[in-house]
Unconditional design. Structure first.
Length: 202
């Protein structure tokens, strides 16, 4: 049985991975929430609201690409999305955090050029500046960016908790497998309710 959590809100940071229009909702503007994503967004809303209330910093990631897609990944894989997908031009609606989880002035927004939130930006510097000891991670997709970020946190000896019901993927069976069998080998995995209960003001 998983041990109960006790978390210092000031020593944690919430990383919201790729909850932007083109990824979280898909399609084209005007963006609509798919029914199967409504629970995810509701959970994230509760967690973000609680983090604001107890003073836990919030860091959002987004993805942007050049118009010619020259900065897109070049590596090949046997499975996964093919082609460039939706154009992710900086400043476009596709790359904006969804309205339901809209960042506030005190939040951080970083560009994430690859799967891991630690790659190609100043996330580590931000966490060091904040005095963060534990990152709380959720977003899309579980087996790519969430797992990639969790692995990089572990490689840096940083505590990481993946918030299971704040994660999802296009392949729900792979999401479930990752949550149940892969991530628990790397980090702690807890629900929104468990994390909210653990984040208490001193």
């Amino acid at each position: 049985m998983a041990e109960p959590l006790i978390l210092d809100p000031k020593r944690c940071a919430l990383i919201v991975i790729d909850m932007v229009n083109a990824i979280a909702k898909g399609g084209a503007a005007p963006y609509q929430t798919p029914p199967h994503r409504e629970g995810l967004i509701k959970n994230f809303g509760r967690l973000i609201g609680h983090c604001r209330a107890v003073g836990t910093p919030i860091i959002y990631t987004t993805i942007t690409r050049r118009p010619d897609n020259l900065d897109a990944p070049k590596t090949l894989a046997d499975a996964g999305p093919a082609g460039g997908g939706a154009p992710m031009l900086a400043g476009s609606p596709a790359t904006q955090v969804i309205d339901e989880l809209k960042p506030q002035a005190e939040d951080f927004i970083i560009d994430k050029p690859r799967f891991s939130a630690f790659y190609g930006n100043n996330l580590e510097g931000i966490l060091n500046m904040l005095g963060t000891e534990t990152i709380l991670v959720g977003g899309i997709s579980t087996q790519r960016s969430v797992e990639g970020t969790a692995r990089d946190a572990k490689n840096r000896d940083m505590q990481c908790i993946v918030v299971s019901d704040c994660c999802t993927a296009g392949e729900l069976d792979v999401h479930e497998m990752t949550i149940k069998h892969v991530l628990p080998l790397l980090v702690r995995v807890r629900s929104t309710d468990e994390v909210i209960a653990a984040l208490r003001k001193a």
